[in-house]
Design a protein around this ligand. Structure first.
Ligand code: NAD
Length: 473
């Protein structure tokens, strides 16, 4: 049982002004494993003030200096990787294989940002003008629980690479992971105030950050509903906003796809991060004439998928992060049944043999139509929908018939066909016959999946604004 009673402001660990204590759980056992003292709006204001003071000199640092900082931060996170991994498994419930990747991802995003910065030209010419890309100011970074360390480090890396200073508000449910990340970043010895970390509630700390006039930029990852609130709140002071929100990603299985290869990929795409992934491929579009064959393969594949103890190396689906999340997923499974979709795997309740922990049965519905609730709303758990289509035109139409547009997957043996289909899908990223991430490529959504992009040059430029000086040679 650990107690976390410090936040990080102006280069120091300080006691928050806020006094509320919040329980931290191990979702695999439902037991309380820690308590965190939450920051409040005053703490947020102190953090913003520190970031504002630091911005004056940090914004004038050179590229080389900031690259060195990012490399020091990278080394510091690497040094804490094992500790972070343990916390990710205990506090988030990530299966061990996923947890290891998540712990590594947290450091790799810092190195990737250093690489982008290395190759980036801050000054260019436009006609007779000289254009410089200027850091926006204090950045408010608000992150969710489903990849806590990765989001903190990724957003911070881009903000600092650009020359912005930052106030970070991580999810209150990930305080143990946040403490480890904070300790690591502290060891990287950055100037005080350049980054500040205030764990607190969204309605208090998050709202203060999104309304404060001294915050110039907001970068938020989380639900579409909260993203809209943040956009509205930030509008008063015209904050620049990057929103990475939800998804209902289509997996388009073309009629020539090799099921031996792609059924395991489709299941992985759907169940990644225990289904708690904004990019999860949750609508699987399958040609009508091969539907029965596809369903049979899916049944076999899901039968081999273990949802349970995250410390068991055979587990690929860990618990849902909270009871609330577990209940939400159960509710959607019930809605799917009530709407007339047919279960071919899983269903309500816990997997056999488990009577504690927020575990969900890996669930796949078929006979789903794209107007059903389970095909339209983000469930954020291991619940997939198979939707049959007649021809490629209809597949593309169904893929695009959604409020979201974050990611899509296309599976086919014919690279040209797959590319043609990919070109017609409205999504920030389309993965063709792969699940691999590309850190240099932009990431973000069309439509209600968000605004703006992260990663690579696009991610860096989200923290910059062009300034043109005319009349100089
Ligand atoms: P959430 O939107 O409830 O919370 C995200 C963060 O926002 C948390 O830190 C929360 O405290 C804060 N917050 C809540 N209310 C706020 C307010 N009024 N003002 C400011 N901040 C506020 O999301 P969650 O439950 O933590 O995460 C799950 C959701 O995040 C899913 O919907 C998922 O799709 C989305 N998500 C998106 C991406 C992406 O990159 N697009 C990645 C991961 C998660």
């Amino acid at each position: 049982m650990q107690t976390i009673d410090r936040i990080y402001i102006n280069g120091a660990f300080v006691t928050p002004h806020g006094e509320e204590m919040f329980d931290l759980f191990n979702p695999a056992t439902e037991s309380v494993i820690g308590r965190v003292r939450l920051a409040d709006a005053k703490d947020a204001r102190d953090a913003i003030a520190a970031a504002k003071r630091a911005f004056a000199s940090f914004s004038r640092t050179g590229k080389r200096e900031r690259i060195d900082m990012l490399k020091r931060m990278h080394a510091a996170i690497v040094a804490k990787e094992d500790e972070l991994y343990e916390a990710i498994v205990d506090e988030y419930g990530a299966p061990v294989s996923r947890g290891r990747w998540m712990a590594q991802h947290a450091s790799s995003v810092l190195l990737e940002a250093a690489k982008v910065l290395e190759g980036y030209e801050f000054t260019r010419r436009a006609g007779t003008a000289e254009v410089t890309m200027e850091p926006l100011g204090v950045a408010g970074l608000i992150t969710p629980w489903n990849s806590n360390a990765g989001f903190i480090c990724g957003k911070l890396a881009a903000a600092l690479a650009a020359g912005c200073t930052a106030v970070i508000k991580p999810s209150e449910m990930s305080a143990i992971q946040t403490r480890i990340v904070t300790q690591a970043l502290h060891a990287a010895d950055l100037p005080p105030g350049v980054f500040n970390i205030v764990t607190g509630r969204g309605e208090t700390v998050g709202a203060q950050i999104s309304s404060h006039p001294d915050v110039a930029k907001l970068s938020f990852t989380g639900s579409t509903a909260v993203g809209k609130t943040i956009l509205r709140t930030g509008a008063d002071t015209l904050k620049r906003v990057t929103l990475e929100l939800g998804g209902k990603s289509p997996v388009v299985v073309l009629d020539d796809a090799d099921f031996d290869q792609i059924v395991p990929l489709a299941i992985q795409a759907g169940f990644m991060n225990s289904g708690q992934a904004c990019i999860a491929g949750t609508r699987i579009l399958v040609p009508q004439q091969r539907l029965a064959e596809f369903e049979a393969r899916v049944r076999d594949e899901v039968a081999r998928t273990q949802s349970g103890d995250p410390r068991d190396p055979r587990t690929t689906i860990g618990p849902m992060v909270s009871q609330k999340q577990w209940e939400r997923v159960q509710r959607y499974i019930r809605i799917g049944i009530d709407e007339g979709a047919r279960l071919i795997a899983g269903g309500e309740g816990r997997p056999d043999g488990l009577d504690a922990g927020w575990f969900v049965r890996p669930t796949v519905f078929t006979d789903v139509t794209n107007d059903m609730t389970i095909a339209r709303e983000e469930i954020f758990g291991p619940v997939l929908s198979i939707i049959a289509y007649r021809d490629t035109e209809e597949a593309i139409a169904i893929a695009n018939d959604t409020n979201y547009g974050l990611q899509a997957y296309v599976f086919s043996q014919d690279a040209k066909r797959a590319r043609d289909v990919a070109s017609r899908i409205v999504a920030g990223r389309v993965l063709v016959n792969t699940l691999a991430h590309e850190p240099a490529a932009p990431f973000g959504g069309f439509r209600q999946s968000g605004i703006g992009r992260e990663y690579g040059t696009f991610g860096l430029e989200a923290f910059l604004e062009p300034k043109a000086v005319l009349g100089v040679l």
